[in-house]
Design a protein around this ligand. Sequence first.
Ligand SMILES: [Zn+2]
Length: 206
Amino acid sequence: MRAANVTQQINVFQLVKQLSIVEVINRYSIVELKQRGRRWTARCPLHNDHSPSFVVFPNGKWKCFGCGEHGDGVDLVAKIFNLELIEAARMIARDFNIEAKKPLSPAARRKIIQQAKKREKERILREKLDKAHETLSLLVRTINKSLAAGGYKSHCDLAGLLHKVDYYEYLIECLLSNNAEIQIMALNSFNRDFSLGGRFTNESNP
Ligand SMILES: [Zn+2]
């Protein structure tokens, strides 16, 4: 590597370091941060996180207490968009209009667009999983309440309701699985049972 390149890389990392990591995260819609005192938290964008394990500290570093990943703003953007650190730093520098002498290569640009599409698809899936989970949990609570209050007409009716609760609880468990295929299978069953239509597939290329 030529000396000029090395200097340029150091420059771009130094430039990007001066930005607020919160602004960087928001700029790329990486996660929705919630402020908790001097920290920010969110559901981790790097693993299937059911609770907010992802923490951003006032010093500009972040750490996920679920999957253990950690780093600074450049590390995060690199991981999210599957870029080399230098590519991520250059992209940030360019998007924040701070000096970046060398533009992104077409291949890096394509990679960013593909990753953004993939993330959007994942975001939609997560939203649908949350919604299905919420609906099923509510149904289970409602049926259980009704059962506790003796709200069934016959043994047959009771058996039917118990079966429903079992089935919904099974779907909920699948929705919370760490395996995307199981989650999608449960989501499709839910959509079919509740006539919501729309089938999800697990293809990486939309
Ligand atoms: Zn994580």
